[in-house]
Design a binder for this molecule. Sequence first.
Ligand code: ACO
Length: 449
Amino acid sequence: MPLPKTGTGAPDRTTHEATVTSKQTLSVIDNRTGKKYEIPIQNDTIHATDLRQIRVNDDDFGMMSYDPAFNNTASCKSAVTFIDGDKGILRYRGYPIEQLAETSTFLETAYLIIHGELPTRPQQTEWVDQITHHTFIHENIKKLMEGFRYDAHPMGMFVSTVAALSTFYPEASRVRDAQSRYRQIIRLIAKAPTLAAFAYRHNTGMPYAYPDNDLSYTGNVLNMMFKTTEAKYQPNPVLEHALDVLFILHADHEQNCSANAMRAVGSSEADPYSAMAAAAAALYGPLHGGANEQVLRMLREIGHIENVSEYIKRVKAKEVKLMGFGHRVYKNYDPRAKIIKRVADEVFEVVGRNPLIDIALELERIALQDDYFVSHKLYPNVDFYSGLIYEALRFPVAMFPVLFAIGRTPGWLAQWQEMLIDPEQKIARPRQVYIGAVKRDYVPIQKRS
Ligand code: ACO
């Protein structure tokens, strides 16, 4: 049974069946030599190494494919997340994102992503219990945090402290040991919010608030971020639920830049803390998870609905990018952005309307009618509205990518584990097309002009 490819078509399409009687090969004629090659097709792909037999002569290294930024290269087989970018479909382990956002919880979704199936009630109880009891971090991590400048970007602190965790759990280097792997997965999902919250408290000059095991995962995130003098922090259930949905929406997104970093670093058998620090570093960039921060800065810069048309003109003149728009895979409305818009309304009912939402809605309205955006298939992505909710929840913009990282943690870990147990995977090591100088002899400095 052929596997569905992601990003380009639905698994339900019937072309595989229609062509099942035809030959599943690709014929290639090399016009340099006139030779013909027959290359097997599997899952609608050819194996890149099958191109190597195409040579001009025996000394020739063989044909390679050139694909900067992996525009059309599948780097793995994966059973975690399915995306159909043309139709705007996103599913974790087969379950539509809309159903999970509506009915699941973040921890249940995390279980699904890691294990491949929804938990039974006892499995769910045990999972939640394990995560809840691994939320504390070693006191020395706190000391490490204290070393950062008062205004250190919390994402920089998050990346560094995730990496630092590896020094506290040396057994994590046994990445071929399934039990050890599982322990680190629990620890990372449990401790990511604690690191994130401590980074936030450091920034605001507030004393660190320790985890409260009586609260839900997301309730505890709010507790560690916002607890002040009250004996027991009580999260607002609407805000707790909204943040939980945001975490679900961010939990995985197949082979994105940070998942690719997680897999690439993990492929050298580095421990998962080091690999996840690399993934978080990739997420930090403004073209990836840092985009939600940039969206807020952009909305503030626009300042008023009246300035939207002028800003759109600048985007079309390629002076600036419309942050929160466009996606490598989605060439349709990002299904997560639709859900986030609904969640935003729920949050605004509790905390009041964020005035920037009107600018965002106007930007979306104009962009979706404009030829430039239509022809480039640019739609709002998950980051376009998520920042408005985070801001309504009182998070500073610098915390946005950190919140994204908490949600993405199970996805990174599922991708990492899948890579390690996949017999077809090896250390990630791409080829290059060398375009530098040919061999030349060293020239002593006195003879250089
Ligand atoms: N604003 C204006 N034009 C855009 C935008 C945008 N946000 N995004 C893409 N384009 C244009 C490009 O200029 C290019 O135009 P051209 O063909 O006339 O030269 C065309 O659309 C294709 O764009 P690419 O950059 O080639 O698309 P790619 O798939 O490489 O990039 C990306 C995808 C990085 C997300 C891009 O759309 C972007 O920079 N968006 C803004 C940042 C953002 O929101 N990132 C978050 C992504 S979601 C996430 O990571 C969670």
